[in-house]
Ligand binder design. Structure first.
Ligand SMILES: [Zn+2]
Length: 551
């Protein structure tokens, strides 16, 4: 018995002494020169801001694939058919499938077309009169993904809410109608009212667009043909004037024309249906007032009743209808994830180490280099690929290294990957790097990061603390355990699929989504330490299942 124990002890020590130098060897490849060398290329002007679908992002993806190859990481993207050369076919060589580093994705890109029309018709006894309003004079439109036209009666939905105690749609049929929705909620004008306390939304008013989006979705679910958004307190006409000097980018730019923006063009996966295809109009007060004129529907009476009695006076608007035409310019574009794999002892179980490599592109002579967002995370993935490979040890689990595309336009790269991952294989864990190299205003020591993680795998926190202590890393972590680990980055599709995930983030800064997100502003030491910490965590997670125990 003792002899066996002795033997076991001997084996454990022997194994540890094999893997320890390997682990150290890999760790030692994570150097300042290495991360700077890679990022100086990725965040250079030649990448033209790495906008999804652009030439610059193709260059970036080729660079990442080349580096995977240099490091000895195998391709994990789509297979392509390679035709034999004439010489080869003479020798009897057939065409063959070959795996690449690229996972190709088709996206639908769309923006408002030339023809945008909105009219309000009023029934007058046997007749009808219509007024046609001007685009960007009396209305603005957020289009669907395909051109659309129609005409329908109007339903005034008030705040457009469906709370248990305040439901604007209760016993109402809005199918096929134009739904008019107000901003706000019962009691929003009086913070001392009971209605205010009851219905105050959890998100701040800064996130008003999220509230509006949820209201539009609700109307769409209920069958609305179009939506008109109304803010009775602010006439949007003031924001649409055409002869302003535009301080468009704050300190960076002032112009006599509105700048084009990366938010003008939107993208989506084409999908199998046209869901989300209803036009959403924002209108001036004079359009709102014409629609409601002599209809019996009164906005201030609605608001008073909602606040004082918590009752909705939502109603059909009689004798009025709204017509619209909204054209869309759409095109299909190709983009690609860059995927490499280091095969482990288990060939059907994977850890996915990922970061998005796309950014916002260039507009009007300015280039959004995205050094921090997310050149830094991309370099993190590449650096980990090299480090783990160069350790010389085969991990238990296989490891996929992923540079995601199309994050900035809706997380499409990572979403596509998760949705199309073969059912026969398992993803055990996802590590997401997004913005590793800046300090937020409160981070005076320049060593703070936040780590969001799926709270059903609580040992991810213990693991991280253990590894910081083991190497005495200068990193102070704000741990943010979350059941859903949602939030606007590429761990979200994994977490939503029930896969344990961790998101490393160094901090928010004023250059976020500005042309000034430049190499010169980075905290390189912090970036280096976050990648080192990622390496230590991945090493343990790839080799030891107990860190992923579920609670
Ligand atoms: Zn980002």
């Amino acid at each position: 018995m003792k002899r066996i124990l002795f033997l076991v002890a001997f084996l454990v020590i022997a194994m540890a002494s094999i893997s320890q130098p390997a682990k150290e060897k890999g760790y030692s490849t994570i150097t300042m020169e290495s991360i700077q060398g890679q990022l100086e290329f990725l965040a250079s002007d030649w990448m033209e801001g790495r906008a999804t679908g652009s030439k610059g992002i193709y260059m970036a993806s080729d660079y990442i694939a080349s580096m995977y190859k240099v490091f000895g990481i195998q391709p994990f993207g789509d297979e392509v058919f390679i035709s034999p050369t004439r010489e080869e076919s003479r020798q009897g060589v057939r065409g063959r499938l070959e795996r690449t580093y690229f996972q190709n994705i088709t996206l639908l890109q769309y923006e408002p077309g030339e023809d945008q029309r909105l009219s309000v018709s009023t029934q007058n006894g046997p007749g009808e009169s219509a007024i046609d309003f001007g685009y960007q004079v009396d209305f603005q439109v957020q289009t669907g993904t395909a051109s659309i036209s129609g005409k329908a009666p109007v339903f005034f939905a008030g705040y457009g809410m469906t709370e248990k105690d305040f439901d604007d749609y209760k016993k109402k049929d809005v199918k096929g109608k134009v739904v008019m929705i107000l901003s706000g909620f019962p009691g929003h004008r009086d913070t001392t009212s009971a209605a205010y306390r009851k219905f105050k939304p959890e998100v701040s008013s800064r996130m008003q667009y999220m509230i509006n989006r949820a209201k539009v979705r609700k109307a769409e679910e209920l069958g609305a043909a179009a939506v008109i958004l109304v803010n009775p307190d602010t006439d949007p006409a003031n924001a649409w004037t055409a002869n302003n000097p535009y301080p468009v980018k704050g300190a960076y730019y002032e112009a006599d024309q509105r700048l084009s923006s990366f938010y003008d063009k939107r993208m989506t996966l084409p999908g199998d249906t046209l869901s989300g295809n209803i036009p959403v109009f924002t209108v001036t007060n004079r359009v709102t007032n014409l629609i409601l004129k002599e209809s019996g529907v009164d906005i201030s009476a609605y608001e008073t009743q909602a606040m004082n009695a918590m009752q909705s006076l939502s109603a059909d608007v009689p004798a009025k209808s709204v017509g619209w035409t909204s054209t869309v310019n759409a095109s299909l574009i190709n983009c690609r994830n860059v995927l490499g794999v280091l095969e482990g002892k288990k060939k059907d179980e994977f850890i996915v180490v990922g970061a998005h490599y796309d950014h916002l592109g260039k507009y009007d002579g300015w280039i959004w280099n995205g050094a921090d967002d997310n050149g830094s995370g991309t370099v993190g993935v590449m650096t980990l690929a090299r480090a783990i490979k160069e350790s010389g040890e085969t991990p238990e689990k296989s490891i996929i290294f992923a540079a995601w595309t199309a994050e900035e336009v809706g997380l499409y790269g990572s979403r596509y990957f998760v949705k199309n991952f073969p059912n026969s294989l398992k993803i055990a864990y996802n590590l997401n790097f997004d913005m590793l190299s800046r300090n937020d205003a409160s981070d005076t020591k320049g060593n703070t990061m936040s780590m969001m993680y799926t709270s059903f795998t609580p040992k991810l926190k213990d693991l991280t603390e253990k590894n910081i202590a083991a190497k005495n890393l200068d990193v102070a972590v704000n741990f943010r355990g979350s059941a859903t680990a949602s939030g606007g980055s590429d761990h979200a599709p994994f977490a939503q699929a029930g896969i344990p995930a961790t998101f490393f983030f160094a901090g928010m800064h004023p250059d976020y989504h500005q042309p000034s997100d430049e190499l010169s502003k980075l905290n390189w030491n912090k970036m280096l330490n976050l990648i080192r910490l990622g390496y230590l965590n991945i090493w343990d997670l790839a080799n030891d299942d107990s860190w992923l125990e579920r609670q």
